[in-house]
Design a protein around this ligand. Structure first.
Ligand SMILES: O=C1O[C@H](COP(=O)(O)O)[C@@H](O)[C@H](O)[C@H]1O
Length: 251
């Protein structure tokens, strides 16, 4: 079953999400040396910054951080998911004089090519850096159109069954060139956790949780709950789930 944890505002989500992440981290580090986590871009990053920075229970030196999707732009571009995470989390963390996490980015030296084959090479190289058996914890966003990672409604990549990471050149949300984890690889995740906030998400969440046949990418990921050992859950604010028929839990 997909669990939905609902809170009044972003501060409360940030605090509970951090507790959830630490619990996942500790469970994994009790069995192996490193904790692998995938981060998405967009609104998730500032919630992570709020909950994780200055949190003494995060074992940053044991984290290996991947990106659920990435825009094919230079890493310091305003559109880069890594760039946003670096600005909001990694740079402030560097001031704390800690041994930081390992962060796996796309090969920036290839982003200036306009050849689609090069984007495929970026995706292939990223795929080669991923753990074969899946990432321990994958944090996802959900756009108002129901996209997650860079998997967009109706896009052909939803039926990609060979690749773990794929390139696309026609993202309906700018920028158009991106790479993304595929549904095939997401199904291998240890745990999947969505974060969605704000009233702009209400309509899409009504469809995702109200129509079991929904073909929206985020609804398809909910459908992976049986394959994903730790399950699929959502951290939302009350505005996002107003009028959505779900059991609202607290973590
Ligand atoms: O383009 C993207 O959008 C989604 C959703 O972002 P949000 O701001 O609506 O939460 C994000 O998860 C994804 O990583 C990003 O590339």
């Amino acid at each position: 079953m997909v669990k939905v944890y609902a809170y009044e505002d972003n501060d409360a989500i940030a605090e509970s999400l951090a507790k959830f992440i630490i619990q996942q981290q500790d469970a994994i580090l009790a069995t192996k040396e490193q904790f692998t986590i995938a981060i998405s871009g967009g609104s998730l990053i500032s919630i992570l910054a709020k909950g994780l920075l200055k949190n003494k229970d995060i074992k940053w030196s044991k984290w290996v951080i991947y990106f659920s999707d990435e825009r094919v732009v230079p890493l310091n571009d305003k559109d880069s998911n890594f760039g946003a995470f670096e600005k909001e989390v990694l740079q402030p963390l560097a001031h704390e004089n800690l041994i930081g996490p390992t962060v796996v980015t796309i090969n920036e030296s290839l982003v200036h090519s306009k050849d689609h084959k090069t984007d495929q090479q970026i995706a292939e190289e990223y795929e080669a850096s991923l753990p074969e058996h899946g990432i321990d914890l994958v944090l996802l966003g959900c756009g108002p159109d129901g996209h997650t990672c860079s998997l967009f409604p109706g896009h052909q990549l939803l039926s990609e069954s060979n690749l773990n990471v794929a390139a696309l050149y026609d993202s309906p949300k700018p920028p158009p060139r991106r790479i993304t984890l595929t549904l095939k690889y997401l199904a291998k995740s240890g745990t999947i956790c969505f974060v969605a906030t704000g009233s702009s998400k209400q309509t899409v969440l009504k469809e995702i949780f109200g129509h079991s046949e929904s073909k929206l990418p985020s609804a398809i990921v909910n459908g992976l709950a049986e394959d994903v050992k730790g399950g699929v859950c959502w951290f939302v604010d009350n505005a996002a789930v107003e009028g959505v028929e779900v059991e609202k839990l607290q973590y």
